[in-house]
Ligand binder design. Structure first.
Ligand code: B12
Ligand code: SF4
Length: 586
């Protein structure tokens, strides 16, 4: 590393860069307050360990930082661009440095889910990840060469700085919204190097075509390789859906997978909003009828790449599981052996392996669903949402997929009836012996979304007893697969009640008390229900798969695959290898 420093230094918070212990460690760090860091330190004593290149630069970096590096290398020489960990910034920043570029996912923890749980536990401002992000910004601010360089921040969490007006506090000059491939983003770096003033915030264009998207040739955190951008289901609260719907060319995905392995990564995750649209974007078939052959071909090649020992799924939607159960079955055969996630109490796999994609459930209320996510269930009408969830979960669970399902509590205009409808669905799922990890979060109006101007719940004290009940019931159900010992549940109950008595009771208000007792299993639910303290949910009428297929618009029946059965009578049948497959890249 030159003593004069590198012209452009790229970094990211340590807690967004580490990639051992699986996705869950980063998700926990996004949500747990800093005062609970000790729990993670004890469970993962080596979580801070990172690997280095011989020159002291970072071996692994989040995909966003790597993309920025790749974009810059089109216009700058490799000597002028480096990626390093926050602790090594002083080694790379010198008098010659003109830009410190930060890539961040969630710097202040004000996004959905993250903020909620820290606020339940007491501080809404300092999740572990936010603590480390602030520490990184502090290091940059106090660097002796700070006057000579500009600080440019980008990544999916950049908006948090804009929204909280944190430019001065964090010593940030410019926040970039959008992708680094953009020529506007590059122009900004040239401007900074010339020492010109930068705008505080700039929106840069998203590439419109698949060929305009770059792929890094280095190692990314968790082996993240982009698979798609955009989604197409158009939910009102969604940020990624605002991007164009693009599925990446397979040869580029595979090259990035091999680059990760070559650089010592043993794990891969294909980043997407909905894995099931890949291979079906801009074909003659609507994107919500998955392209089975294309998906099996892609995932098989990824997990069969020599050196790939682990593979984790990112995001998906649930309707495709009802549309094509055989796809799920065949994907499971390929993906389960490489899944690092084991759920001994749930999985029927011989090694107890499981797949845990992130899937949005969001609400069980049809009234709410029609307002905020009218196309979430396509090809099924949104009126069938509860049946789609239940039948989809049946298919997924049967094949050892136990999704992490997000729910939004406190949607604008949400009533007690809406909450009761969601609680009905959660109890229906439980009654049927189905399982998902339910991740409730409080509605946050995310920057740039179609719901940006809407107001959400800002403090946990504002939650109603029904909203609390929904949240705590979800967490109670989530803990089941972890409570294998006789003492586990007992310790959990006592701990939870103790914490409530000590701190949470005051923080979260009176509506929290009975839901908390339910969470801690202080009394049987039926007793609390009879006492009128919690709502136990009413049974729902759930359509069969055959009935659900009947609700698809008849002109789309031809996209259903006969080998799955239940195809409505009189429907022309899709060929087993749809013609559209030839349109997807090899
Ligand atoms: C993989 C992933 C994860 C993984 C791994 C994250 C990691 N550190 O690598 C895990 C599961 C751990 C994770 C966790 C979380 N995630 Co996440 N995640 C994703 C996912 C699927 C892909 C991210 C990615 O790598 N994309 C590919 C890269 C290339 O894209 P990118 O980072 O945006 O980078 C581009 C631009 O932003 C820009 N850019 C990036 N950096 C910079 C820097 C500069 C200076 C410039 C100019 C440009 C620039 O250029 C890049 C392209 O060229 C996205 C959805 C998506 N498709 O983006 C959600 C997503 C980013 N995650 C999200 C959320 C909410 C979270 C959590 C808060 C969830 C939670 N409660 O636990 C946590 C926070 C983690 C933390 N450490 O705090 C949201 C963010 C919403 C928002 N706008 O705030 C998204 C969009 C998902 C969603 N559907 O809502 N996540
Ligand atoms: S299904 Fe998910 S990714 Fe797609 S628009 Fe809705 S929230 Fe966004």
């Amino acid at each position: 590393m030159p003593e004069s420093g590198t012209t452009i230094v790229i970094t990211a918070p340590l807690t967004e860069t580490i990639d051992h212990a699986g996705y869950f460690i980063q998700m926990s760090m996004a949500s747990l307050p800093i005062w609970l860091e000790g729990i993670l330190n004890r469970k993962y004593p080596a979580w801070r360990n990172v690997e280095y290149e011989p020159d002291g630069s970072a071996k692994m970096m989040p995909a966003g930082a790597r993309l920025l590096e790749t974009s810059l290398l089109r216009e700058f020489s490799p000597e002028d661009v480096v990626c390093c960990y926050p602790a090594d910034l002083h080694k790379f920043i010198g008098p010659k440095t003109r830009v410190v570029a930060v890539s961040t996912h969630n710097p202040l923890g004000v996004t959905f889910a993250a903020g909620v749980y820290t606020s339940i536990f007491g501080s809404s401002k300092q999740p572990i990840n936010a603590h480390y992000a602030r520490e990184m910004f502090e290091t940059i601010k106090n660097n002796p060469h700070r006057a000579n360089f500009k600080v440019i921040v980008g990544g999916s969490g950049g908006w948090q700085i804009t929204q909280t007006n944190s430019w001065e506090a964090l010593s940030v000059d410019c926040v970039v919204e959008g992708r680094s491939e953009s020529s506007d983003a590059m122009a900004l770096f040239h401007k900074a190097i010339r020492g010109e003033e930068l705008p505080r915030q700039i929106d840069v264009a998203h590439p419109k075509t698949r060929d305009a998207i770059l792929f890094p040739d280095k190692r990314t955190t968790f082996g993240v390789v982009e698979m798609t951008t955009g989604c197409g289901r158009r939910c009102q609260f969604c940020v990624p859906d605002l991007n164009p719907q693009i599925d990446m060319p397979k040869d580029k995905i595979m090259k990035a997978v091999r680059a990760n392995v070559r650089e010592g990564n043993k794990q891969i995750s294909l980043a997407t909003e909905d894995m099931f649209i890949w291979g079906q974007v801009k074909t003659d078939t609507p994107f919500y009828f998955p392209n089975r052959e294309a998906l099996l071909d892609l995932y098989s090649d990824v997990v069969d790449t020599p050196g790939v020992e682990q593979h984790v799924l990112s995001h998906a939607t649930i309707a495709p599981a009802v549309v094509d159960p055989l796809l799920i079955e065949k994907l499971s055969d390929k993906l389960l052996p490489k899944s690092p996630i084991k759920l001994p109490l749930l999985s029927s796999h011989p090694e107890k392996r499981a797949l845990v994609p992130l899937i949005g459930l969001e609400t069980g209320s049809l009234r709410m669903a029609k307002q905020v996510m009218p196309s979430k269930a396509v090809p099924f009408p949104i009126e069938e949402w509860p049946s789609v969830i239940v039948r989809g979960l049946e298919v997924l669970n049967r094949n050892n997929w136990f999704p992490a399902m997000t729910l939004i509590i406190g949607n604008p205009g949400e009533t007690d009836e809406d909450n009761m409808a969601t609680i009905d669905l959660i109890y229906e799922i439980e009654r049927r012996g189905l399982f998902a990890f339910f991740i409730p979060s409080i509605f946050t109006p995310l920057h740039d979304t179609r719901m940006e101007s809407k107001k959400g719940v800002t403090e946990t004290r504002q939650l109603t007893p029904l909203q609390w009940h929904l949240m705590m019931k979800c967490w109670k159900m989530n803990l089941r697969p972890g409570q294998m010992s006789w003492w586990g549940p007992l310790a959990w109950r006592l701990g939870a009640i103790g914490l409530w008595a000590y701190k949470l009771r005051k923080l979260n208000g009176p509506g929290f008390t009975w839901p908390m007792f339910n969470f801690a299993s202080a009394l049987p639910e039926s007793v609390m229900g009879k006492m009128g303290k919690i709502y136990l949910g009413k049974p729902l009428t759930i359509k069969t798969r055959a009935e659900l297929l009947q609700t698809i618009r008849p002109h789309q029946w031809r996209f259903l695959r006969e080998d799955n059965g239940d195809v409505p009578l009189g429907a022309p049948v899709a060929s087993p290898t749809p013609a559209v497959w030839s349109l997807t890249p090899a």
